[in-house]
Design a binder for this molecule. Sequence first.
Ligand SMILES: [Zn+2]
Ligand SMILES: [Zn+2]
Ligand SMILES: [Zn+2]
Length: 344
Amino acid sequence: MDLSYEAESPLAPPVELLEQLAHYDWPFQDGGQSQSSLPATSFRKLSDQRGRPIFLQHRCCYGNRAAGELVIQDLRQQMLYRYRLETFSESRLSEWTFQPYTNHSVDGPTKGASPKPWDIKVHIPPMFQEETKKFQVPHSSLVKDCHKCQGRGRYKCSGCHGAGTMRCASCSGAKRKAKQSRRCQVCSGSGRKRCSTCSGRGNKTCAICKGEKKLLHFIQLVITWKNSLFEFVTEHHMNFPEELLGKVRGENIFKDENVMVYPIIDFPKQEISLASQRGIAEHSNALAGRSRVLQQRQTIELIPLTEVHYWYHGKTYVYYIYGLENKVYALDYPERYCCGCTII
Ligand SMILES: [Zn+2]
Ligand SMILES: [Zn+2]
Ligand SMILES: [Zn+2]
């Protein structure tokens, strides 16, 4: 490729510049072929019209430095397929719990039998929105004396054993310090000081019943709505970290949403069909017996990934442009400066 950028006086291509380059409308005309190179003409057109002003805009970043030249040598574009399966499920767990009893009516077993966890009707949140809610199971309540304070509402302070005062830590209760005739200033010579745990009262309000003396025990139903995600991206054979591909948007080419989806079997890329079968099997194994599946959604997206090779000051460098957002990833940027400061 013969395209060259002749900036006025760049010392090195600054990050902003490469990011600006990345925001061009890359001519992805191949409609999703697995690998292709961009035609040199279309790229030149874009950079002649739009590349140069961007260089000028960023003059401050490489102002009056020695003249240099950046040459784009090669662009390799791939369209990757991303398969995603989301399974929205609900799980229910019941457990005994208690709260301070404050004289309200008690919905106990005398009012009927408690319904089973899955028989309780609740309002379901919007699909694929995770949430946890707690409910009191009907007719499961009973009132008991508080086990912490034995129904007294208060208990003896553990800091001072009910005395309200503690031995002075400064003089160890001797009222004066060792080898000093003056009385201890911390306790004013009393040898004791007010207990900080109970503020001198000698007892504390029971933290369990909050002083109410009785507790209301009941069965609590905890419902968790969870969204499980299975993701697979086709191989790219480039020196590019795969995990970055999970964080960008792709062009949606297939979407299937239902109470339960079926594995894709006839997609032209066999890896995608296999991923769909694997994902659905994994989710159904993981959730079986413990959760109820409410909704599933599977999608296939195309994610552009372009490898850019460029030559600068006698060296070749590589960077990548990926996702519909045209994000930039570079392994080996050359040293660079911006208005005298190093860009990290
Ligand atoms: Zn105390
Ligand atoms: Zn003292
Ligand atoms: Zn208590």
